[in-house]
Design a protein around this ligand. Structure first.
Ligand SMILES: Nc1nc2c(c(=O)[nH]1)N[C@H]1C(S)=C(S)[C@@H](COP(=O)(O)OP(=O)(O)OC[C@H]3O[C@@H](n4cnc5c(N)ncnc54)[C@H](O)[C@@H]3O)O[C@H]1N2
Ligand code: MOO
Length: 396
């Protein structure tokens, strides 16, 4: 048996196998959460003209000023203002030609209806958003592969786009196998356990634009497993949880062999998640995830979601750790890169006592994964450690 390969090599090999899906043009709103298939180039200049940043008066020269009109959003003042003149102005309205300062409403005094004085001397250029200060027509605003977030969706529209080119939603099948798995958590007998991984992995994909298909748990039977894999052969990505290890009833490898799939690698030097398997069958990518629920989650986070992002054309597919202090001493690392479930609070992370790869209670409590590199030394409390933030505030 070949030794497990290092995590980073395994992730790189997986991503090398995956090609982004075809492209399609969708409304900016429908592109939310997807990745640009072309750079975002500004089709307009923003602001298109000098605008006031405050409600008040646009003035020219020294005060006092005679108010000769109004500039409001959508209805600019038609003419220009000369020294000693002003217009009323709204936040976001065009600064009239000739005006160079804004007197805030709070600082304005009006006598006989239209004679303006200021309690605070206005400063030339202050409270004026200059034309093009956000971006100019032709500016390269977002790179290919950038994810459309709420703020970027607003930017695409402000830049004059109503549609965007993105990659089509890949089809993903999520399977789970094991004779002990029950679809009825409320009525499991002693020989059974509730099937959790299919539901969990499906939930994890909700952060990406994908079409997910699931099937009831597959029994530990080679014919049944091969037949189910065949049923989903048309999907871009096939995820199989369980049966990835070396036991007599771990049938994913035999089933893939029988179907002529090419196993690219099996076993990664990581904990949890060692029996992870990556294979291809024609254009389909197949990921065999270990069945222990925490192992399935961690490999889902570090392999399944990156593969989906690559299918969707993301420029960054693999999550990046940040550095945070750890509240406790951490033991030296072993031969496998280890991902410890931990909580986050008061600016530091604290490992959870129960680190078993079946311990869903601890996983459900975890805010972060602490990364312990292979053979690292002891880490003293207070030292910074690499940490992956888990999405705990929304779905998945
Ligand atoms: N002799 C060895 N035994 C094992 C090794 C090894 O290297 N040599 N590796 C261990 C590691 S590490 C892991 S991880 C597990 C993974 O094994 P499998 O992928 O074959 O998983 P199963 O045996 O099918 O299940 C393991 C465990 O998880 C439960 N399970 C499975 N699927 C689900 C599901 N969908 N929902 C909820 N729970 C599930 C299953 O009942 C088992 O308890 O292998 C070690 N063994
Ligand atoms: O790799 Mo297993 O996931 O350690 O329990």
């Amino acid at each position: 048996m070949k030794p497990p390969i290092p995590l980073h090599e395994a992730q790189a090999r997986l991503l090398d196998l995956v090609q982004p899906t075809a492209t399609e043009t969708v409304s900016c709103e429908d592109a939310l959460g997807r990745y640009l298939a072309a750079p975002l180039i500004a089709k307009r200049t923003q602001p298109a003209a000098d605008l006031s940043a405050m409600d008040g008066f646009a003035v020219s020269g020294e005060g006092s000023w005679r108010v000769i009109g109004e500039s409001r959003c959508g209805v600019p003042f038609g003419g220009s203002v000369s020294a000693g003149e002003a217009t009323r102005i709204s936040t976001g309205a065009h600064v009239p030609k000739g005006a160079e300062a804004i007197v805030l409403v709070e600082d304005a005094k009006l006598a006989s209806g239209n004679q303006l004085t200021a309690t605070e001397e206005p400063i030339s250029g202050r409270h004026i958003r200059r034309a093009g200060s956000d971006f100019e027509t032709g500016a390269h605003l977002l790179e290919t592969g950038t994810r459309i977030t709420a703020a970027r969706l607003a930017l695409t529209r402000m830049a004059g786009h109503s549609s965007l080119t993105v990659h089509t939603a890949p089809e993903v099948a999520i399977l789970e196998c094991g004779d002990e798995l029950s679809t009825m958590p409320h009525m499991c007998n002693i020989d059974q356990i509730p099937a959790t991984n299919g539901a969990m992995l499906s939930a994890m994909t909700l952060t990406e634009k994908v079409v997910v298909q699931t099937s009831p748990p597959i029994p530990d039977n080679l014919d049944a497993l091969a037949a189910t894999i065949e049923t989903y052969s048309g999907t871009n990505l096939l995820i199989i949880s369980g049966g990835a290890s070396v036991g007599d009833h771990d049938l994913v490898r035999p089933a893939l062999h029988r179907l002529g799939a090419k196993i690219d690698f099996w076993r990664v030097a990581m904990k949890p998640g060692k029996p992870l398997m990556v294979a291809t069958r024609g254009k389909q990518i197949i990921l065999g995830l270990p069945g222990n629920p925490v192992s399935s989650y961690v490999t889902g986070f570090l392999f399944m979601l990156p593969a989906l992002r690559r299918l969707l054309g993301a420029k960054e597919c693999i999550p990046n750790p940040i550095s945070l202090p750890c509240y406790e001493d951490l033991p030296a690392g072993g031969p496998r890169r280890t991902f410890m479930r931990a909580t986050f609070g008061e600016g530091q992370v604290t490992p959870i006592a129960q680190q078993g790869s079946g311990a869903l209670g601890a996983l459900a409590q975890a805010d972060v994964l602490i990364e312990r590199p292979e053979h690292c030394g002891v880490t003293k409390s207070g030292a910074h450690v690499p940490v992956y933030i888990l999405p705990t505030s929304g779905v998945a």
